[in-house]
Design a protein around this ligand. Structure first.
Ligand code: ADP
Ligand code: ZN
Ligand code: ZN
Length: 677
């Protein structure tokens, strides 16, 4: 009973699946109590782990002899703000996860190690960093009237105001963001801006633009390819308020930004804003929540807005700003045409019309881009004698032929093997590739155009760190005549000398079961088409063009693409969704279950479905996922739907409470607002 030493109780959340706050004792004088938002090192089981202090109390309900002492408080790191804690709290609540599982992985690993060596080193390094210099931004283009109006409307906005910036590809949305940012930075001497982009590959281009435009401003970047040391440093720069612009991918939405004044979300429709494992959050939705919480403006930009955002703009919840024309003098939108593959039968995947168009670009010294969203050489190989095909024996999927690497690869599990010399079933030595991936198109092109400089960009060709950037740089430097690539090349890039885009095989998405497939296909086609003709009239004087090879030239989706008609396409699609009662007119959650046997997963989901009922929540029958088996695990899903978001949220809370008490060996997870169902 020592009266000299005071204790307090630290209430701490940890990165565990348990929905719990843990109490720890911490010896301290009343005046020196740790603060909420600080990190502490605590014993947990047999480990020492870092946790986040969410409360400081005088006493605990835990019996004295069970109470453990915290080991250290990370006082060198200033506390996370109440606003940040509220953001993590909202995300945890909305996506039905424990707070600790949201908050802690949101922090750099180096803040959470048992020792603080890396943290201390980063703090020292940051203290020495000096960004003060008087560079003058060069080449600030004069905005056109529509851009100027948008930049002023965004840069001058006060308070919570979400803006949808709908601008055709090449309309100069980036320039609008930059000049709006300049206004905010000038008005708010300590203010911070968060800019989100969908892909790591797009950060270097924008990073360069930002650095050139704001020479004296510290910029931090946050994305998954930073080293832990870099991530720590950049995160700290944001957390201390020193980085005034933070540029990142979806994970940056959880950055600590104590003086945040503006959020920019570029290509807001992009599926990459949805995290597809662990905490399956939508960075776009969290960004809008964050803007409202902080009462600051947010701008969502796209040439093909998501139907959710378009619907908000139509209903007046978001302000709509439109850029109808391309920004560069003489740069008009490309002419888009459909090539009927029934009439003009493709050879090596290319119709004669597309080959002629490629040849014309070669002669004029202009660049072409061929888009095929399928990597590898061929999606499958088969034996024509007995019908054997290269299935993955661990997944409901084919083994894809990668000919340059002499391998078959499953793109869903890590399985890899040498290409069999003969059919494993009948011994036939004549195994044939079926279908076409980027490698095969590349091979065909090399034969057709032996003098062309051909570059393939896909996940296989860019495995090494930095190789994607090097590849894009060489396109920008004009060292490439024909670029062939997957969706990696479709987004955002400002290729100046590209005047032809060929789209090889988009038809499969027309008949997908996924109700979002047509929205995605439209966006993807407009994005990739938007890479053409960005720099104005080419030297050769040709109008830039986009050629889409299809077997269904009459399909209305292609009609909208050809007319560059997002508005009517989106309006029609929204009507369809309303009639069919689909999002955004309906709210969904998806319970997934994984087990070695499908029956076990379905059985668990059936049990889950019967736990709780509500007249306004529909629980559908459990079904196998469309790709049922991955890496020897079978997967099934149960869809929940309701017309009201709060009602669905309330139901999920109660339901999950019951579900967590179910003893099962099935691995399950819940996704709120699922996109792939
Ligand atoms: P978006 O993001 O809308 O597709 P970008 O921001 O990439 O378009 O701009 C397309 C091109 O137009 C870029 O090369 C950019 O430098 C140029 N640009 C933008 N605004 C202007 C302007 N006001 N005057 C001249 N060029 C501009
Ligand atoms: Zn065979
Ligand atoms: Zn597999």
């Amino acid at each position: 009973m020592s009266g000299l030493l005071n204790h307090c109780i630290l209430q701490i959340v940890l990165d565990t699946p348990l929905h719990a706050v843990f109490d720890y004792r911490w010896p301290c004088a009343a005046a020196e109590r740790p603060q909420v938002g600080q990190l502490a090192l605590v014993p947990f089981g047999r480990r020492e782990v870092a946790g986040l202090i969410v409360g400081v109390a005088d006493s605990s309900d835990v019996p004295e002899d069970k109470l453990k002492d915290a080991l250290a408080v990370r006082s060198q790191l200033s506390p996370l703000s109440p606003q940040w804690l509220a953001l993590a709290g909202f995300a945890a609540d909305y996506y039905q996860r424990p707070l600790g599982e949201v908050a802690l992985p949101g922090l750099p690993k180096n803040t959470r190690l048992p020792t603080t060596v890396a943290l201390d080193r980063a703090l020292k390094k940051l203290a020495k960093l000096d960004t003060a210099h008087d560079g003058t931004p060069l080449n600030v283009p004069a905005l056109n009237p529509a851009q100027q109006q948008a930049a002023d409307a965004i840069g001058g906005a006060q308070g919570y105001l979400p803006t949808l910036l709908h601008g055709v590809t090449g309309s100069g949305k980036t320039e609008v963001y930059l000049q709006a940012c300049a206004q905010v930075l000038a008005r708010e001497p300590d203010g911070q801006i968060l800019i989100l982009v969908p892909e790591i590959n797009l950060t270097p281009q924008l990073e360069g633009n930002i650095r050139a435009r704001f020479p004296g401003v510290m910029l931090a970047t946050l994305h998954s390819s930073l080293s832990e040391g870099e991530r720590m440093l950049h995160w700290l720069a944001a957390h201390q308020g020193r980085a005034r612009i933070v540029l990142g991918t979806r994970l940056a939405i959880l950055a600590s930004l104590p003086a945040l004044k503006l959020i920019v979300i570029d290509e807001e429709h992009d599926p990459s804003y949805k995290q597809q494992e662990g905490l399956r959050y939508s960075a776009r939705d969290l960004a809008v929540w964050r803007a409202r919480q902080l009462d600051i403006p947010i701008v969502l930009g796209s040439a093909t807005p998501s139907l959710e955002s378009w619907q908000h703009a139509q209903s007046g919840r978001y302000r709509l700003l439109t850029l109808r024309e391309r920004a560069v003098q003489n740069a008009v939108l490309p002419r888009i045409s459909l090539l009927d593959m029934e009439r003009d039968k493709p050879q090596d995947g290319l119709t004669s019309a597309l080959v002629a168009a490629l040849r014309l670009r070669m002669e004029r010294g202009e660049q072409s881009l061929l888009f095929l969203n399928r990597r590898g050489y061929a999606p499958v190989i088969c034996c024509e004698a007995c019908g054997w095909i290269s299935n993955c024996h661990r997944c409901t999927a084919y083994m894809v032929l990668h000919r340059p690497e002499h391998r078959l690869r499953c793109h869903h599990c890590s399985l890899e093997m040498r290409i069999p010399r003969h059919c494993p079933d009948c011994g036939n030595v004549d195994l044939q590739p079926l279908g076409r991936g980027t490698q095969r198109v590349e091979e065909g092109l090399q034969q057709l155009f032996p003098d062309a400089r051909i570059l393939r960009i896909d996940a296989d060709s860019t495995r090494r760190k930095g190789s994607a950037q090097a590849a894009f740089d060489s396109v920008h430097r004009g060292e490439v005549d024909i670029l062939i690539g997957t969706q990696m090349v479709a987004k955002g890039h400002d290729f100046k000398n590209l005047t032809l885009v060929g789209i090889l095989n988009p038809d499969t998405a027309l008949f997908s079961q996924d109700y979002r497939a047509s929205e995605r296909l439209f966006a993807q086609l407009m994005q990739v088409a938007g890479r053409a003709g960005r720099a104005g009239q080419s030297a050769g004087g040709s109008v830039s063009e986009v050629l889409i090879q299809t077997r269904y030239p009459q399909h209305p989706l292609y009609g909208s693409v050809v007319r560059h008609d997002y508005d009517n396409f989106a309006t029609a699609l929204l009507e369809e969704r309303q009639q069919a009662a689909l999002p955004p007119f309906l709210y969904q959650a998806l319970l997934r279950a994984e087990a070695p046997e499908l029956a076990t997963a379905v059985e668990f989901l059936t049990q889950a479905r019967d736990l709780l009922a509500h007249p306004d929540v529909t629980l559908h029958d459990p079904i196998p996922m469309s790709m049922t088996r991955v890496h020897n695990v079978d997967r099934a899903q149960l869809l929940l739907e309701a017309a009201s978001r709060p009602l669905l949220q309330a139901f999920l809370k109660e339901w999950l409470h019951l579900l967590r008490t179910v003893k099962t060996r099935v691995k399950w997870s819940l996704e709120v607002d699922p996109v792939d169902i």
